[in-house]
Design a protein around this ligand. Structure first.
Ligand code: AMP
Length: 281
């Protein structure tokens, strides 16, 4: 497995591979890897010959400087996991490499109305930062295919909108959510959960599973209401939103007949903000 810290070294590695018509997959991450990330690498292997994983904690997508500061960075562990998974190359640039003019460089694109819903409401400017860095990674790698997790459901939609905005010919693959045995969606942030938080964190997957399992029994409003009740009286858990939306627009679902329905949740568990979702249909 090759490690690259600069775009030029990465491009030099990829050039002959592209010339010999190898298919390239990009798996963008912020590191602190877990089996969810590794599942993206595994799935990438079914689409491409060469898998490039990027590890970059992108400052422009963090709204809370403390969140950025405390983001875990276990790089040796990450490299060992990627090597084991059969990743071809790791791109781990520093901030100056990705933002030569500084992280406050100008960036604003139209991502549609959905940018401002859900996470966009709680993390202002988050998806501008996400699309800014992903565009830079796409430019550096020029992959045939890029892998993203359904765990960040809204992010996938924003990436697709960014792709349409720039007319980029990259195939986006959405990978299923990998969970711990008890249902908690794997996340780099789970490391911050205390034992009590860890127990409490199960309310996210349990409430989502309830809505999925009882979808035919209640109205949309009743389902949301019942899901929200899961959070009442759990000390140290603060619900930001639990909502059932149209999966294409992220607008609150008006009818069960809509083509695509997704239940999404965000909650603070102790000091850690977690998100999760389940596709109902
Ligand atoms: P992150 O390092 O958190 O930015 O995540 C990098 C990629 O891994 C994103 O596309 C995430 O959606 C995806 N991902 C994170 N957690 C999971 C999970 N539990 N299952 C599947 N994919 C995930």
């Amino acid at each position: 497995m090759e490690i690259f810290k600069t775009k030029s070294a990465l491009e030099a590695f990829l050039k002959p591979l592209k010339a010999s018509k190898k298919k390239i997959a990009l798996v963008p991450t912020m590191g602190a890897l877990h089996n969810g990330h590794i599942s993206l690498i595994e799935l990438a292997k079914t689409y491409a010959d060469i898998i490039v994983c990027s590890i970059f904690v992108n400052p422009t997508q963090f709204t809370d400087p403390k969140d950025l500061e405390k983001y875990p960075r276990p790089i040796e562990h990450d490299l060992a996991m990627l090597n084991e998974a059969g990743c071809s190359g790791v791109f781990m640039p520093n901030i100056a490499e990705m933002y030569p003019q500084g992280a406050d460089e100008n960036w604003h694109i139209d991502l549609g109305k959905a940018e401002f819903l859900l996470e966009g409401e709680f993390r202002k400017g988050h998806y501008q930062g996400v699309t800014q860095i992903v565009k830079k990674l796409f430019d550096a790698v020029e992959p045939d295919v890029a892998m993203f997790g359904q765990k960040d459901f809204q992010q996938v939609l924003m990436i697709k909108n960014m792709l349409a905005y720039f007319h980029l010919p990259i195939k986006i693959i959405t990978c299923p959510i990998i969970r711990e045995d008890d249902g908690l969606a794997m996340s780099s942030r789970n490391i911050h959960l205390s034992p009590v938080d860890r127990e409490n964190s199960l309310v996210l997957s349990k409430s989502l599973q309830y809505v999925t399992d009882h979808f035919n029994e209640f109205s949309l409003d009743e389902l949301e209401e019942k899901a929200k009740r899961f959070y009442q009286g759990i000390e140290g858990v603060e619900l930001d939103y639990f909502t059932i939306v149209n999966g294409d627009t992220l607008e609150k679902a008006k009818s069960k007949n809509e083509n695509s329905l997704v239940a999404l949740v965000a909650a603070k568990v102790g000091a850690t903000r977690l998100i999760d979702n389940m596709i109902i249909k």
